[in-house]
Design a protein around this ligand. Sequence first.
Ligand SMILES: NC(=O)c1ccc[n+]([C@@H]2O[C@H](COP(=O)([O-])OP(=O)(O)OC[C@H]3O[C@@H](n4cnc5c(N)ncnc54)[C@H](O)[C@@H]3O)[C@@H](O)[C@H]2O)c1
Length: 361
Amino acid sequence: MQSLFEIQSASGSHPVLLSEQRVRDVVEACEGTIILADGFFRDQLQGLSRPVLFIEATEEAKDFTAIAPLVEECRRLGLARNGHILAVGGGVVQDIACFIATVYMRGVKWTFLPTTLLAMVDSCIGGKSSVNVGAFKNLVGSFYPPERIVVPTAAVETLPPEHVAAGRCEAAKICFARSDEIFTNYLGQASDIEGVASIVALSLGAKRWFVEVDEFDQNERLLLNFGHSFGHALESCTDYLVTHGVAVGVGCLAAVEMSAAANPALKQVPRVSALIENLLEILGGLDGLPAALEGVSREDFFRYWQSDKKHNPNAYRPILLDEQGFLYRAELIRDAAADNAIWGGFEAARRKVAEQARIGA
Ligand SMILES: NC(=O)c1ccc[n+]([C@@H]2O[C@H](COP(=O)([O-])OP(=O)(O)OC[C@H]3O[C@@H](n4cnc5c(N)ncnc54)[C@H](O)[C@@H]3O)[C@@H](O)[C@H]2O)c1
């Protein structure tokens, strides 16, 4: 295993490691009295000496009402106050395992093995859990970092293309948010399987800075919500057919388009044109994405946009770009002009994605 870094948090520091071994071998080498694993690993994790609870990674699985039966199952499998949960999966399993670890007998230890590219490059650090309540995505949650994170990079080999794209979008967003130097470095990495370890190291290194200066999302870390106000609305409008990371990628493009509508020179700023090119290269190759975006109606979009928990009663608070192409937290009074600018940003982004798909076809 290769040590990437120790990440500091209010509850102490914890190591982040990379491993090239198979997921099963990494699981066997890690601590954990019970294992919460993504159902995808059902075959690979047969016959372990510790109890395994498999979870189908869907948005319904991380609904608040679905958590109680899992907690009961943890109890049945013998999880005690001094127990330790080993979580194996993507963001859905992370959200569930972190949430249960936070509240189970007022808190048990946990370790995380992220198996999607999105979880490897982004969500595995920062210690957040988010659980859906009814129609409201990620409405409740906690900050509760794991004891240890081990990234089994070889797991990306079995990921479907839309989940590889999702991870690449999040990595692009994080590196762009951090600095020109890191973003340029990210753009120079191979985007195939060979480049995974480098992209994970760069992206987590960039995100580490945000987590360490602002662990509890009060200031700098909020910039990582770039693309998210649009993204959450798009995920919900498409009934999660568009994955979280891909929706964030489209959301970043929409935020760029919205910012450029007020400042047309923005798209000529080198860091911004490089971001647009990179995101379009990732998104343009995804079958079905243009059709899914085309199906989003203005009415549905705003129904979900309005419910974003980052807004306040008077203002929308998306992350936009200033004249130099740097991110800032916008405050837009909720009125018709703001609605038109937001919808205009999304429409321009979906047009660009459809054009790119046509060029690539
Ligand atoms: N807590 C956080 O900080 C945080 C951050 C970002 C996103 N999220 C949440 O994460 C969720 C999205 O997570 P995700 O994109 O990682 O995907 P996911 O957990 O939804 O999994 C996506 C699919 O990939 C499968 N899968 C997992 N690993 C695989 C592998 N190695 N090979 C093949 N298939 C595999 C799963 O079974 C599932 O079908 C969303 O609910 C989002 O809100 C949480």
